[in-house]
Design a protein around this ligand. Structure first.
Ligand code: PLP
Length: 462
């Protein structure tokens, strides 16, 4: 079959996630056929540097035979069995032990799921159950953040704060509230951002970070502290726009949660497994979460697997006081997925890839990335570890474009055409490359990003 055949079948039968099918146009989907290292190859013979590691997940890079071998071996040995009703199997048990060894010291248990969305569904049920067991059944409200993404199941959408998602397929899960995000460039420095919060002029980033934590406290007081079960957030907000909070933010949030005895859920689906240069983003920010949803980099995306890392406080209550938790998925701890995840973690560890992000390749990316701020289209170039964003601005004013101009989408398409995957979130361009990316490949990424910015500028001038 040729590209056109795939495209015709695709158009006829395949409803893609997050795709406006009517707007697909004559061109059709780009058909990706194979990949190795940090490159994907399409059916037209183009080799494209994957600056997004798929969907923020292929941490180990593509084409690792060790993971193929782990899957093959496990599929022969035991392709499937569950872990319900007092059964277990070696791959899931080993993976549980490995995860708890890599996690912060107070985390000693894991509940497996098939994805990050299922992990966040599990979180919602677990925190409400925890407080019910503690004799505080009214503690049911969970506070998330506007513009956050926590998955596409009903609970994931409800915990997340994406307005276009909330507008479709409702009603949402009750008793979930949202507070502003610590998005300095979009909402602190320069006017109204994607969460629709007003401008906060005349502050520095650190004051803004504290203001965002104060908004959380105000929301807790509004709902009544006796009614609030948990706060959920990513260390660095990924799909919202690679939003790196001001340094003041997390310490201030921690203090608020401690004051009102509210559980902290840190969504590690993107930041976990090395993205910020630590095994978990929580470690970078000195957080001790009660629950940590994980997925993506856990298996480097080779097979679907997720989970919730459970801190001692919650785990002890669930185990000692809870009895049976009526919750689980057919594929919780799937043996083949678990075996691949285990091998993936072993390789990340043996090759020192997490430390390399913190000590070598992350700082290298930061220095090259920051230089893009000199480009007239770029208002800010920020990065931490191997996650980064460019804020596109109108060169005439230095301020953000009106949302309707679609400059980010234009830049994304020009990027792809030029051989680089960058994602656009509004007019914010995002990168999150595989952790194995080399210095030369980072240089190539920067050159291609600059070329796409130039091409975007030229198109705007037409
Ligand atoms: N949480 C975060 C922070 C995510 O970025 C995602 C997916 O992008 C999810 C949860 C949902 O994970 P999944 O797509 O595996 O359901």
């Amino acid at each position: 079959m040729h590209t056109r055949d795939y495209q015709a079948l695709d158009r006829a039968h395949y409803l893609h996630p997050f795709t406006d099918f009517k707007a697909l146009g004559e061109e059709g989907s780009r058909i990706i056929e194979h990949a190795e290292g940090v490159y994907i190859h399409d059916s037209e013979g183009n080799r494209i540097l994957d600056g997004m590691a798929g969907l923020w997940c292929v941490n180990l890079g593509y084409g690792r035979e060790e993971l193929v071998a782990a899957a093959t071996e496990q599929m022969r040995q035991l392709p499937y069995y569950n872990s319900f009703f007092k059964t277990a199997h070696p791959p899931a048990v080993k993976l549980a032990e490995t995860l708890c060894r890599l996690a912060p010291a107070h985390v000693n248990h894991v509940f497996f799921t098939g994805s990050g969305s299922e992990a966040n569904d599990t979180v919602l049920r677990m925190v409400r159950r925890y407080w019910a067991l503690k004799g505080q059944p009214d503690k049911q409200w969970v506070i998330g953040r506007k513009n956050a993404y926590h998955g596409s199941t009903v609970a994931g959408v409800s915990l997340g704060g994406m307005a276009p998602m909330h507008a479709q397929g409702g009603p949402l899960v009750p008793k979930i509230a949202h507070v502003r995000q610590p998005y300095w460039f979009g909402e602190g420095r320069s006017g109204e951002g994607r969460s629709g919060e007003g401008r906060t002029a005349g502050q520095d980033p650190e004051a803004f970070g504290r203001e965002c934590a104060a908004a959380l406290e105000a929301k807790i007081q509004e709902l009544g502290e006796e009614n609030v079960a948990a706060f959920i957030a990513e260390p660095v907000q990924g799909a919202g726009g690679a939003i790196i909070p001001p340094e003041s933010y997390w310490p201030a949030v921690k203090a608020v949660l401690a004051k009102y005895d509210i559980l902290l859920v840190v969504d590690e689906v993107i930041c976990g497994f090395g993205r910020l240069g630590e095994w978990f983003g929580s470690v970078h920010y000195g957080l001790e979460p009660d629950l940590m949803p994980i997925a993506k980099g856990l298996s480097s995306g080779y097979l679907p697997i997720g989970g919730v890392l459970v801190g001692d406080r919650v785990a002890e209550t669930l185990i000692e006081e809870g009895g049976e938790f009526f919750h689980g998925f057919t594929y919780s701890g799937h043996p083949v997925c678990a075996a691949v995840a285990q091998r993936n973690l072993e390789l990340l560890e043996a090759e020192g890839l997490v430390d390399r992000v913190r000590d070598e390749i992350g700082p290298y990316l930061a220095s090259r990335w920051k230089a893009l701020e000199a480009h007239p289209l770029v208002g800010e170039a920020r990065s931490l570890g191997l996650i980064g964003a460019l804020e596109l601005v109108d060169p005439a004013t230095g301020e953000r474009f009106a949302e309707s101009r679609g400059v980010g989408t234009l830049c994304r398409d020009l990027c792809f055409a030029g051989g680089l995957v960058m994602r656009s979130v509004g007019d914010t361009m995002i990168i999150s490359p595989p952790l194995v990316i080399s210095r030369d490949e980072i240089d190539e990424l920067i050159d291609k990003a600059r070329a796409a910015l130039d091409a975007t500028l030229a198109r705007l001038a037409e």
